[in-house]
Write a protein that binds this ligand. Sequence first.
Ligand code: ADP
Length: 538
Amino acid sequence: MRGLMQDTPLTVDAIFRHVEQHYGDGTIVTNNPGGITRVTYAEWAQRTRKLGDVLNTLGISSDGRVGTFGWNSQRHLELYFAAPSTGRVLHTLNVRLFPEQLTYIANHAEDEVVFVDRSVLGILWPLIDTMTTVRQVVVMDDGADTEIPDDARILDYETLLADAEPIDFHVEDETLAASMCYTSGTTGNPKGVVYSHRSTFLHTMGVLMPNAFGLGVNDVAMPVVPMFHANAWGIAQAAPAAGASLVMPGAMMQPENLAKLIVDEGVTFTAGVPTIWQGVLPHLAGRPHTLRTIGCGGSAVPKALSEAYREQVGLPILQAWGMTETHPVASSAILPQRFQDADDETQATQRARAGIPFLGVEARIVDSDTLEPQPWDDKATGELQVRGPWCAKDYYNPDAGVELTTEDGWMKTGDVAAMDSFGSIRIADRTKDLIKSGGEWISSVDLENAIMSHPAVKEAAVIGIPHPKWDERPLACVVVREGESVTAEQVLEHLQPLVAKWWMPEAVEFIDEVPKTSVGKFSKKDLRTMFAEYELSS
Ligand code: ADP
């Protein structure tokens, strides 16, 4: 017997219509170099319909890739909805990538047009002749004083919009591509992930749930995670869908500007990678605010950072786990009932996990070669694999040899994790970052966490260095807080009660800064290059 319910498609334009019809009074604030701008969702919706007309007039193919090169802004949000709602595929380019990577990605995706913020036009324009499929560049003037070249390919966003008429949106097939996003390339070449309308709709509902971001009409959401990084973790769709107002930091990403926006605009929900919150902390500590949730993920959230927020800002950080390949959010470390009354230390330890998968995502840990399931005892580790309607099946035209899915249909994450008896995930490391010492694995993440709990340590990253006897041994690269001092011996002394003896770093090196990736994560790849010639003395 079949179910007898309707089969209406789950599409991005369905989200759009919901916002337009019911939440026209919500607002979008953007902090531009030219000053703060404000519009209502009603105004935004009208402009988004006009933008659909612009895409038609520009002659973008019916499923053409619409590139964007910009910060989090109201205009970027117009593109987020107009491109997929007219059947095109939104392709967000990461403004912090190296030129060769940008060229590679734009050509691989076959972008036909790129919409670019004026403040980053100077990065994109020199590459334009290398992007072989791009015919037009539409400049979104954010008030920056970047010179706009005199070239027939360059068009002005507001002029195009002023000449356009609002159009209807109707995508019938929910399995069509809505947007695409390349992994930022912490490991290997960037790989294209293609989100469908259906996966976008379901991911939006997933992150809206109370155990995830729990957004509602009373929220003012500020995605600090860029719209060019893994879909801004779905907040750009989820906040409007819930009728929550949005605060967009634009090009003004400096920590003091972010803290000011949080305070001045009454932000209740925000999210970004750990290095962002590390930087914002001193600017927010002790100030009155309305925050209820600070979401954080993309790499392990140090327990010490979450605790510093609890003590100095009044709320701990909510850790979430995911990947570009999972849309990207798949689990969160929300405290289950059994920990609600636990002491501070126990709760802090729970918050340091990747947590419980959202309804819609299933997770398992297995031996990556044999696919043998590993016990859920919080000790045994294995490759974390996931499946669900917002997990990717395959990459877009992948290089030969790249396979995302196992024979039995689970997505390989490349993360190594343990799970407790309730199926709460604890990420041990990325497969590539684990340190193999004497045939056993050392988790660089656990070591970093332990080192960063030293009050004088600002940042710590641990990499494996080749060792004649043990294969590899850990090298701790430590950044000391301004005005503080600490010696290698003191770091090791601090670690002694916290980690197993054979985990102790072989050496501690002090560096000015841990190199970061284009999305602000620790770049172990760069760190390994920095210490390529390093020789351990023992
Ligand atoms: P990239 O692979 O270029 O870094 P992603 O942003 O897709 O791009 O990164 C996904 C990876 O980030 C995950 O596979 C995982 O290793 C790491 N990650 C994400 N969230 C967490 C978390 N909460 N704890 C530990 N690692 C995380």
